[in-house]
Design a protein around this ligand. Structure first.
Ligand SMILES: [Cu+2]
Length: 150
């Protein structure tokens, strides 16, 4: 093997390790999973929020020209959310800056990620894919509050 090939392979390996460490760091820092594609089912076209237990939620989010449904989601601190995203018209995006989330909403496809909300606050959702003349109106919020006292 040529010594330049060995240098290139060595530096490529180092860059790959740095990249993997950065990804794992981001997953831990933002308490999120990497988004994944799951098999499509028409049930994901029905927007809904389900509470599975004290701290676990499922959100079926539907993107459409030019809104997200649901566009306001109220959660207690400590909530873990499985977010399923699809669209019924064109390609949209979903970006939650404070959680490091960046997902695509593709017709006929479902993307999923899991997030944990450790801190109270308002987490703004925006569409980051230009999807038409009303694109700038595609917004939503996840409002994380302290848990209710019974
Ligand atoms: Cu959009």
């Amino acid at each position: 093997m040529d010594k330049y090939e060995l240098k290139i392979l060595t530096w490529t390996g180092i860059a790959l390790v740095i990249f993997m460490v950065a990804v794992l760091h981001a997953v831990g820092k933002y308490a999120t999973d990497l988004p994944e594609c799951i098999p499509y089912d028409a049930a994901f076209q029905e927007p809904k929020i389900s509470q599975l237990d004290d701290s676990t939620y499922q959100v079926f989010m539907l993107a459409q020209m030019w809104s997200f449904e649901p566009d306001e989601i109220y959660l207690p601190v400590g909530a873990e959310v499985d977010l399923y995203l699809t669209t019924k018209d064109v390609v949209h995006g979903l970006h939650i800056a404070d959680k490091g989330i960046n997902m695509m909403a593709v017709p006929g496809g479902v993307n999923k990620t899991t997030m944990k909300f450790r801190k109270p606050g308002v987490y703004e959702i925006v569409c980051h894919e230009y999807c038409g003349s009303g694109h700038q109106h595609m917004r939503g919020e996840i409002i994380v509050n302290y848990p209710k006292k019974n």
